[in-house]
Design a protein around this ligand. Structure first.
Ligand SMILES: [Zn+2]
Length: 441
């Protein structure tokens, strides 16, 4: 069933609310009506709530808030596995590949493929940045995802814009198309300080300030970015962003690995959010972001997968154990970054990073019904001594059974409800074959 006047109750569940007290109802129930959560509680749903409602017994499965992926390049799913383990691959690999293959059709197909993977992995909200972002938004809309859609802008010829001005026009087109959309919001995504430059960042800052636009950027991610900022401006990338006026609560800084204490203080003072991409950062050997220092300062932090060419998978289950273990390793302390904290980072904290914490991110009465059902069928899902620990260290994306966004099922029994799963995969395989042929691989 979908949203409507009928009340739906999911009962006999382990309910992971991620509310302020991190309450778990075991067993418990969740009631949904007209796209919103109308009741959450322990034990059996009361008779008055059950009257006239459709009741589903989830058989002890886990219900939790849909996950929030705060940094993704959905369309790049078609490049998954290309250029792994290659040095300097952004300039030598990714940019040339993008020049050659990126067009509106490829972006739409890759993004729909990514949307499938996100839903299969329990992600209900995604922050994306790429070229032809109107096509990414079209795919996210078809799939039923919630998201912050970022049109990438760079200071050189891009796959979708000969000039930065054209990139900014594409953002405006995206913003016009998404105006009033119930789930999708437009954002400007300057690629990074060293690929955008001061003049363009100043122009973006002006527009963002005028219209209250959210900005996504790769920040303090790579050594040559640090060198570029130091040589040109004699400062760190974070301080450079502060100078442009972009370091404010509507900024999402992806990565923030190479940051010192002064940078962290600046991030806190500016109120910018950080998207932590543990797996992608580790795979590239870039370093372990000082997430504990960010959280200690009260900086908003969410989790991201990065694109499939960087992190290979787009779900957050693959990130959760890495988020915990890398921080524990860095601190040489098993008590830091406990499982409850990691689950919060993937849900309510991600929502906070995107400014959506009043609407989504936890299972609390009045919030939008964005939730996922995690099957406990696999042997590694029992026993359930500590459900947060099970989610972080044992669960896999493939355990996700059902996904609801805005009170509507967008994935049921692992199958998307709004588009043809098999057709998307077949088309991506066909495109990949043409790509390999063209690359001579
Ligand atoms: Zn990225």
């Amino acid at each position: 069933m979908t949203a409507g006047s009928t009340r739906l109750i999911l009962g006999n569940a382990v309910v992971v609310t991620v509310d302020e007290a991190r309450t778990v109802h075991q067993p418990g129930f969740v009631a949904v009506e007209e796209g919103r959560l109308v009741a959450i509680g322990a034990g059996e749903p009361p008779a008055a709530l059950r009257a006239g409602a459709e009741v589903i017994d989830v058989g002890g499965d886990i219900l939790m808030p849909g996950m929030v992926n705060t940094h993704c390049h959905m369309a790049m799913s078609v490049f998954r596995g290309l250029g792994d383990d290659v040095a300097d691959r952004l300039e030598r690999y990714i940019f040339p590949l993008e020049k050659r293959f990126v067009g509106p059709e490829m972006v739409y197909l890759g993004s729909l493929h990514a949307a499938l993977e996100l839903l299969e992995g329990g992600v209900t909200t995604v922050a994306d940045m790429y070229y032809f972002e109107t096509e990414v938004a079209r795919a996210a809309d078809v799939a039923g995802l919630r998201g912050l859609m970022g049109q990438t802008v760079v200071d050189f010829a891009a796959p979708d814009a000969a000039t930065p001005e054209e990139g900014l026009r594409r953002f405006q087109d995206l913003a016009d198309r998404l105006a009033g959309h119930p789930r999708l919001r437009a954002s400007i995504a300057p690629h990074a300080p060293y690929t955008t430059g001061r003049d363009l960042l100043d122009e973006i800052a002006r527009r963002a300030e005028k219209d209250g636009v959210w900005v996504q950027i790769h920040l303090a991610e790579v050594e040559r970015e640090i060198a570029w900022c130091r040589e040109r401006y004699g400062m760190t990338p974070v301080r450079f962003m502060a100078e442009t006026g972009l370091l404010n609560p509507r900024m999402i800084a992806a990565h923030a690995i190479l940051v010192d204490d002064a940078d962290l203080d600046l991030l806190r003072e500016g109120g910018a959010a950080v998207s932590h991409n543990a797996g992608s950062n580790a795979k590239a050997g870039k370093g372990i972001a000082p997430v504990l220092g960010m959280l200690a300062r009260g900086i908003r932090v969410g989790l991201g997968s990065d694109g499939a060419m960087s992190g290979n998978t787009l779900d957050l289950f693959a990130q959760l154990p890495q988020v915990a273990k890398l921080q524990k390793l860095a601190a040489r302390d098993r008590t830091v970054m406990p499982a409850t904290e990691v689950v919060a980072l993937a849900t309510i904290d991600g929502a906070r990073a995107l400014g959506l914490e009043r609407e989504i991110g936890s299972l609390e009465t009045g919030k939008k019904a964005d939730l996922i059902r995690i099957s406990r069928r696999a042997a590694r899902m029992s026993p359930l001594h500590d459900v947060h620990s099970t989610i972080v260290y044992a669960a896999l994306a493939s355990d996700v059974r059902d996904v609801m966004i805005d009170g509507a099922w967008v994935l049921r029994d692992g199958i998307p409800t709004r588009f043809d799963r098999a057709a998307v995969i077949a088309e991506v395989e066909a495109l990949a074959a043409r790509m390999r042929a063209s690359l001579g691989a």
